[in-house]
Ligand binder design. Structure first.
Ligand SMILES: Nc1ncnc2c1ncn2[C@@H]1O[C@H](COP(=O)(O)OP(=O)(O)OP(=O)(O)O)[C@@H](O)[C@H]1O
Length: 260
C-alpha cells in the first residue's frame, strides 16, 4: 500500500515551474526532514502535498487514494499542515486557537461538543501549552506561541503532520524544545511528521529520513548519515564543509564550513 506519496508532481507559479515532475514517498511513522537552500521549493512541496497548491501534473496519494478525491474536511482529518509564520488574531486565547483545529469534526447538526472539548484539552497537554489555555496569543513568548499552533494542528487528530520551519524566530533552547516535542509526537503518538528545517545539524539529529531539494527536484533522499555528507553540502548548498559524527547524539555534525 502507498502510505503517502507525490507522483509526477509539477507545481507552477504562473508560467514558472517550481516543482518538476517529482516522485517522492514518505515512510509511515518517521520524522522526514525537508532540507534545501532558500527557494529550492520546500514550502511549495508542502503546499502541494497538503492540497493547498494546484498541481500542474501528477497526484498526491494517501493510503492508496488520491488526495483530491477527499473533501476538505476529510482531508483535514488525514493531514494537518502548519505553515511558516502562522497568523491568528492576538486577542484569541490558546484554547480558542486550538479549537480551530476541530473544524474537520464539526457538523452542523451533530456537533459533539464534549468530544471536541476533550480533543482540544488533549492537544494542549500533548503540546505542553495547557497552562496557558486562557492566555491571549498576543501575550505568549515565541516558543509558547509556536506550541499553541502545534496544539492547533494536533487537535485535527491527523496521522500526518506537515510542519514548515516550526523553529524559525526561536532561540536555541526553544528550538530544541519544539524539536523534542516533534520527537515525542512521533515516537509516542506515532505521527508521521514531514518538517522543513534550515538548521542542518538539527535536521540530521532529529529526522529519520532527509529529503534534500535542489531547484525543485530531489537531489538526495535517505538516512541522515547517508545524505548529510560533504559532497551533498558542496553540490546543493555550495559550502565546503567537514562532517563528523556527533559523539553524543550519534548523528552527522557540521564541524567547519565556508562558502566555496
Ligand atoms: N506565491 C508565489 N508566487 C510566485 N512565486 C513564488 C511564490 N511563492 C514562492 N515562489 C517562488 O517559488 C520558489 C520556491 O519557493 P519556496 O518558498 O517553495 O522555497 P523554499 O525552499 O521553501 O524557500 P525558503 O527556504 O526561503 O523558505 C522561489 O523561487 C520563490 O520565489
Amino acid at each position: 500500500m502507498t502510505f503517502f506519496a507525490g507522483q509526477n508532481l509539477t507545481v507552477n507559479y504562473g508560467t514558472h515551474t517550481i516543482i518538476k515532475q517529482m516522485n517522492v514517498t514518505f515512510p509511515k511513522g518517521e520524522i522526514i526532514g525537508l532540507i534545501g537552500p532558500n527557494g529550492s521549493g520546500k514550502s511549495t512541496l508542502l503546499g502541494a502535498l497538503s492540497g493547498f497548491h494546484k498541481l500542474k501534473t501528477g497526484r498526491v496519494v494517501l493510503e492508496d487514494h488520491e488526495l483530491h478525491q477527499f473533501n476538505a474536511k476529510k482531508r483535514a482529518r488525514l493531514l494537518a499542515c502548519l505553515p511558516q509564520n502562522p497568523q491568528a488574531p492576538g486577542d484569541i486565547t490558546v484554547r480558542d486557537l486550538v479549537g480551530y483545529g476541530r473544524y474537520a469534526y464539526q457538523h452542523r447538526w451533530t456537533a459533539d461538543h464534549e468530544a471536541d472539548r476533550k480533543a482540544v484539552q488533549r492537544a494542549m497537554v500533548n503540546a505542553n501549552i495547557q497552562e496557558f489555555a486562557d492566555t491571549p496569543i498576543a501575550d505568549l513568548s515565541g516558543g509558547q506561541r509556536q506550541r499553541a499552533f502545534i496544539a492547533m494542528t494536533l487537535a485535527q487528530d491527523s496521522e500526518i503532520l506537515l510542519l514548515d520551519e516550526p523553529t524559525t524566530f526561536l532561540d536555541l533552547p526553544h528550538q530544541l524544545e519544539i524539536l523534542k516535542l516533534v520527537r515525542v509526537l512521533n515516537r509516542e503518538l506515532h505521527k508521521t511528521i514531514i518538517i522543513v528545517l534550515h538548521d542542518l545539524n538539527q535536521a540530521a539529529r532529529f529526522c529519520d529520513t532527509l529529503i534534500c531539494l535542489k531547484q525543485g527536484t530531489i537531489a538526495y533522499q535517505g538516512r541522515p548519515q547517508d545524505v548529510f555528507t560533504a559532497e551533498m553540502l558542496a553540490n546543493v548548498f555550495h559550502v565546503r564543509a567537514k562532517v563528523t559524527m556527533d559523539p553524543q547524539a550519534h548523528c552527522p555534525l557540521l564541524l567547519t564550513y565556508d562558502t566555496i
